[in-house]
Design a protein around this ligand. Structure first.
Ligand code: PEP
Ligand code: MN
Length: 369
């Protein structure tokens, strides 16, 4: 059922067909600008500096969905004329977020070139349908952020609602997913979900939003590079002429100059395999392997924290490091489990003996401290 629906989405237009930009940056397509439009001066200053750094597509939020009330919720419709000034002064194309039919109407009347649907809107099919209905009959490019929660169907559902009203200039934005766990990023990137999306709708251009993934300037380069390694088509990055004074998302924005440096430093890998489909598939799969390896290490780290806790407890209670019955029962259990997953006894032995030895070393360190 879902497959049949997606099949007819194979006439989604290629990104390069949307933007007749003479950008100096060949790849990726970069959309940059402040999280929020604050004043006309801030908008124009930022846009001019971005333009000087080779950016031709400008973003600024006018209606800001904020997690808590009483934060700066955007300047509202008056910011649209500031975006018009950007177009007139710099020749850039301009983009803003829409979250309801009224926003769409106002943005279309103001000749905004590109719209995006935010993560807090993608989660809500009522809001998405309202936006889709308001867009009927237009062919404005629409970028769809992933929903806050890691739900691929919801993301695809939003694309389908827009496709159904005739929008063909569609692209997705991966901006990371909400998690209650403490992680180094503001929103956890789930690269596999975006890879699955690409598999389901092969024509769909994908942007990465390193700003909302990172939450901090210092991670922007690493996240942007990951997106390039995964063949993302574009980046949408928050940039502000005076980032530390920004009225929203101050810690994740960077100056247009620093953005220029970041983009210059991105390594766009040369294709090692000629066939693009083969290359992309290999790339995606290798990326998943790297991701799993990192996860394995994270798990081992967590396991070691528990081992150390046990070590301290043994010390307090005068118990020796090694209890051989315990180790035998671990090995026995894990070998049975390993066999059900198709792993050889030799492999399980080698792997878990190494883990056990490292655990003993850590516990001995604690005992002899
Ligand atoms: C934004 O891009 O300014 C924004 C609000 O992002 P998100 O919807 O990803 O939180
Ligand atoms: Mn923001």
């Amino acid at each position: 059922m879902a497959k049949a629906k997606i099949k007819y989405m194979n006439d989604i237009e290629n990104l390069t067909a949307w933007f007749n930009t003479s950008t100096t940056i060949k790849k990726p397509v970069v959309i940059a600008g402040p999280c929020s439009a604050e004043t006309e001066q801030q908008v124009l200053d930022t846009a001019i500096e971005l333009k000087n750094n080779g950016i031709n597509l400008f973003r600024a939020g006018i209606w800001k969905p904020r997690t808590r009330p009483n934060c700066f919720e955007g300047v509202g419709a008056k910011g649209l004329s500031w975006l018009q000034s950007v177009k007139a002064e710099t020749g850039m194309m301009v983009a803003t977020e829409v979250a309801n039919a009224k926003h769409v109407e106002l943005a279309l009347n103001a000749n905004i070139d590109i719209l995006w649907i935010g993560a807090r809107t993608t989660v809500n099919p009522f809001a998405v349908q309202e936006i889709a209905d308001a867009l009927k009959g237009t062919d404005i490019p629409i970028l769809i952020k992933n929903p806050i929660n890691p739900d691929l169907e919801l993301w695809i559902g939003t694309l389908e609602r827009l496709y159904a009203v005739g929008i063909r200039k569609l692209a997705a934005i991966h901006r990371g997913f909400s998690t209650y766990q403490k992680i180094k990023f503001r929103n956890e990137p789930q690269w596999q979900i975006a890879i699955d999306l690409k598999r389901r709708i092969s024509q769909l251009p994908i942007f990465c939003d390193p700003s909302h993934i990172s939450g901090k300037r210092e991670y922007l380069a690493e996240v942007s590079q990951k997106a390039m390694d995964l063949n993302y088509n574009g980046l949408i990055i928050e940039s502000h002429c005076n980032p530390s004074q920004a009225w929203s998302d101050a810690s994740q924005q960077l100056t247009p100059q620093d953005l220029g440096i970041l983009l210059q430093n991105l390594v766009i890998r040369k294709p090692e395999v000629e066939n693009e489909t083969v290359r992309n598939t290999l790339n995606d799969l290798r990326f998943l392997i790297d991701d799993f390896d990192s996860q394995l290490l994270d798990l081992l780290e967590e396991r070691m924290r528990i081992v150390e806790k046990i070590g301290r407890y043994k010390k307090e209670n005068n118990i020796s490091v090694l209890q051989s019955e315990r180790w035998n029962s671990i090995l026995e259990r894990i070998q049975q489990l390993g066999a059900t997953k198709g792993f050889s006894k030799a492999f399980i032995n080698t792997l878990f003996k190494a883990i056990h030895q490292e655990s003993i070393n850590h516990q001995e360190n604690i005992m002899n401290r």
